[in-house]
Design a protein around this ligand. Structure first.
Ligand code: PRE
Length: 103
């Protein structure tokens, strides 16, 4: 491959990465609020029913744009695992604060 072509492709990748990171930041802000809501309402960090619906949607959306659904599914599994771990942390912090506040 001509090196200028490689540079051009990498510029396109960099541009998309900028957008992907901005969207991830937005998504994590929303899941942070979900985590705070769950902690305050004593809901479990993981919701398997919601996840099943999410994964169905992800497969459908991937197929619509000719993306291998396995790729998107793997990425979203990672994302959700990070979210679940953060929600567990928020729950521990929330309960710790309430214990201290109650004593
Ligand atoms: O919708 C929720 O309840 C969330 O916590 C968000 C989210 C997600 O990232 O989409 C993460 C973990 C849950 O197991 C399901 C979905």
């Amino acid at each position: 491959m001509e090196s200028s072509r490689l540079d051009e492709l990498r510029r396109d990748i960099d541009r998309l990465d900028t957008e992907i990171i901005a969207l991830l930041a937005e998504r994590f802000k929303l899941t942070e609020d979900v985590g705070l809501y769950k902690a305050a309402n004593r809901l479990e960090p993981q919701d398997s029913l919601r996840e099943s619906k999410q994964f169905e949607k992800i497969a459908r959306l991937s197929n619509d744009v000719s993306l291998n659904p396995d790729y998107a599914t793997a990425i979203y599994r990672c994302l959700m695992d990070i979210v679940i771990s953060r929600h567990s942390e928020l729950r521990r912090t929330y309960e710790e604060r309430n214990r201290i506040g109650a004593s």
